[in-house]
Ligand binder design. Structure first.
Ligand code: PMP
Length: 425
């Protein structure tokens, strides 16, 4: 039996579905997940010794490429001094200062250990600060697995939604309004109906969890304006886009300033780190200064912070994001060109080191349009590329990621493989 298969069977004996996060199980594409043994630069190697060019990048963090020597050294150096103290450290100040210096919307910041914790805490903070119960989220945006966020739209535009997970009582999501991404009219209507009860809007300012979907011109600006007008807070969930699409996330690209920003992935350099930060007067509502409780045994963990700090430092090198985006563009445009030559309905989009691939003629702007992508064609493409040693996200609804180590040779090899695959689809 192939070793990946054997490991998957063994894993399934003791781990639900054999994985510690569902999308890893290859359920939506079928087949056996690759059990990864090691990674370096743009590559991962599985338990059978097969090398793959990796466009998942640990779902975003691996922006410098896997096992970057300076990051590994920082982790090793920190580990020697002890793994966790449950007391403050100087490195935590340094990473807070680094985030505050880079993102003008953040005046104070609290560290946590995951994106889920960051968004869950940001929403509690928004509710505590505004003393209002209701929140707006957009269908297709993912903000981690806190109860009140696991919800999809109900039948009418202004009805409260339905849980998307068992174990979430409808009462837990009765304050969550779910609207269509890029639909300003729906947000206006929600504020007209519930304005003085709305604590916040939480949004992925470039969506990356329904594949990549950009905000349409004016959408984020309208969210900002409506929140300000109605006394609600605007939360940008930049867990995925933060330090990924550019040096200041989507807020830097668009100039739209959120009240609270959530971060994770890249800021941990591959270690478990998340953060939420924003205006000082809002952040001072968090314990121990304020009445909003929030805590974590491993928050600000010294080894994780060491990885994050050196990652942020390396991302500040001049031209980093220009070079990264140039490589992502070569990949996205190159794939679109080869698909077109083969007569495959396909389009691709990218921002910074993040990209979307769509088996559809035109780049989608809504979840409904994303849903029109040809899933069967994607599955065939995914598996044919995997056989050629190219590892894309195992789902048609995920964004992909390029790292600083995806050089021209790496991208060209991917495009050559794709040309052969498209010709046979
Ligand atoms: N928000 C966004 C935008 C995300 O993409 C994710 C994870 N993919 C999360 C929150 C949750 O982060 P984590 O998986 O670290 O809990």
């Amino acid at each position: 039996m192939p070793r990946n298969t054997a490991l998957f069977e063994r894993a399934s004996q003791t781990i639900p579905g054999g994985v510690n996060s569902p999308v890893r199980a290859f359920r939506s594409v079928g087949g056996v997940p690759r059990f990864i043994e090691r990674a370096n630069g743009p590559y991962v190697w599985d338990a059978q010794g097969t090398r793959y060019t990796d466009y998942v990048g640990s779902w975003g963090p691996a922006i410098l490429g896997h096992a970057h020597p300076e990051v590994i050294k920082a982790v090793q150096d920190a580990a020697v001094n002890g793994l966790s103290f449950g007391a403050p450290t100087e490195a935590e100040i340094e990473i807070a200062e680094a985030l505050v210096a880079r993102l003008p919307s953040i005046e104070k910041v609290r560290l946590v250990s995951s994106g889920t914790e960051a968004t869950m805490s940001a929403i509690r903070l928004a509710r505590g600060y505004t003393k209002r119960p209701k929140i707006i989220k957009f269908e297709g945006c993912y903000h981690g697995h806190a109860d009140s966020l696991l919800v999809k739209a109900g039948s009418g535009m202004l009805t409260f939604g339905n849980p998307t997970s068992a174990g979430v009582p409808p009462e837990f999501i009765q304050h969550t309004l779910v609207l269509d991404f890029n639909n300003i009219d729906a947000v206006e209507a929600a504020f007209n109906a519930h304005g003085d009860e709305l604590a916040c809007i939480i949004v992925e300012p470039i969506a990356g969890n329904m594949n990549l979907v950009r905000p349409q011109p004016g959408f984020l600006e309208a969210l900002r304006q409506l929140c300000t007008k109605h006394g609600a807070l605007l939360i940008f969930d930049e867990v995925m886009t933060g330090f990924r699409v550019g040096p200041q996330g989507v807020q830097g690209l668009t100039g739209v300033k959120p009240d609270i920003t959530t971060l994770a992935k890249v800021i941990g350099g591959g270690m478990p780190v998340g953060a939420f930060g924003g205006r000082a007067d809002i952040m001072e509502y968090v314990a121990p200064l304020g009445p909003v409780y929030q805590a974590g045994t491993l928050s600000g963990n010294p080894v994780a912070v060491a990885a994050g700090l050196v990652t942020l430092k390396l991302l500040s090198e001049p031209g980093f994001y220009d070079r990264l985006e140039a490589q992502t563009r070569k990949l996205a445009d190159g794939l679109a060109e080869r698909a077109e030559n083969a007569g495959i309905p396909f389009s691709a989009d990218y921002v910074g080191g993040m990209f979307g691939l769509y088996f559809r003629e035109r780049i989608p702007t809504t979840l409904a349009e994303v849903s029109e992508c040809d899933i069967e064609l994607f599955k065939k493409f995914f598996h044919a590329m995997l056989i050629k040693g190219i590892y894309f996200a195992p789902s048609a609804f995920e964004a992909g990621f390029v790292s600083a180590t995806h050089d021209d040779d790496v991208i060209n090899a991917t495009l050559d493989a794709a040309e052969e695959v498209f010709a046979k689809l």
